[in-house]
Design a protein around this ligand. Structure first.
Ligand code: FES
Length: 105
């Protein structure tokens, strides 16, 4: 396991936005909710659509896929509404030295 720099904090506003990045050779989506940073696979488990064009719901701490409306818990990756039934990968994330870091294997 290694921590890799994924983005600067300035690129990731707190709220509904999702930022898609390339980190450690994989597509990763980042979101910040109430100051907490979340990192997850940038592909919906339903039809592999990028979740970085989706929208975060801060109240439920979920991201909704723009294509068919599946939602995933940012903390666990578990789907919270169909049509997705498989979870997405989530990665440990932290803010340090003005950057967002994620831990990947
Ligand atoms: S591709 Fe995401 S809900 Fe269908």
């Amino acid at each position: 396991m290694a921590w890799v720099k994924a983005a600067s904090v300035a690129e990731l506003p707190d709220g509904n936005a999702v930022l898609g990045v390339e980190a450690a050779g994989r597509r990763v989506a980042l979101a910040r909710v109430d100051g907490e940073v979340y990192a997850f696979a940038d592909n919906c488990s339903h039809r592999d659509f990028p979740l970085s064009v989706g929208e975060v719901d801060a109240a439920s701490c979920t991201v909704t896929c723009e294509w068919h409306g599946a939602a995933f818990d940012l903390r666990t990756g578990e789907p919270t509404c169909p049509p997705a039934f498989r979870p997405i990968a989530v990665y440990p994330a932290k803010v340090e030295d003005g950057a967002v870091w994620i831990e990947v294997s």
